[in-house]
Design a binder for this molecule. Sequence first.
Ligand code: SF4
Length: 285
Amino acid sequence: MDKLVLAKEGVFPVVKDHKGNRLTDQPKTGIELPGTIQGEGKLAGVPSLFIRLSSCNLRCIWQMEDGSFCRCDTTYASFHPDHILEFSADEVFDWVSYNLGAIRHVVLTGGEPLLQKKPLAKLCQRLKEELGVHLTLESNGSLFDAEVAKWIDLFSISPKLSNSTPNAEKLAHYRLKEAGPYKFHEQKRLNLEALQAYIDLTQNGKKQLQFKFVAGKTDDYHEIQKDFLNQLHNWKSEDILLMPLGATREEIAKSSPLVLEMAIRHGWRFSPRVHIELFGSKSGV
Ligand code: SF4
């Protein structure tokens, strides 16, 4: 069976390793307990354990309203997935079990978790059948996999707008070359078929959905409406969330007023990014 490739935090925050041995380092939350809270979306504030999978098929770099640039807040899992951990689905399951405590929510995040759909499906099945936890899948929405989807309770999908595309100016700013995933970002970011599959799967109310659009420019509303929502059917207004662009407190403070106004004007939900407010932009929290 294929191994799961995890980013440097693996399962986090934890107090025990995948064999159940107590770790000497305190969790990065500063709390002597495993777990943190979900920082974004409908479940913001809910105690959760995270599993961060390595690698992404996209390379998001945004431009903010004031012209400054801002890129993916987990570059170590997407742009430079070099510091990795490899474990079988069973080992990751054990790692979660040793650290679950009173937590009932597990979040599968990345990177893009669906790049590892086969071992991921096995892990999700065990987490669901043996531990009965609530599973959230965080995905960029460019992929869909029915085997993984079977076990998921909340699809937290963050479709990427054209402002995320790494154009020549952005690449030059970060001294990056237009090759590999940078080159293919634009053609991969929008997969209407996958987005519709998520909507269809959540119609009977047994599974939940949120489309979390990262917004930071005045024009973003029109693109969300024209390129996404007008092309999809049966979506519910309550499942459309706007999240302020930014990887740091300062960047989020800059984009929040515009996004807040957009949310109120169009009746969409504003998603906070509580973990950044509480812990800053560090990883593993
Ligand atoms: S899709 Fe998400 S993980 Fe991938 S590059 Fe964009 S922001 Fe980063």
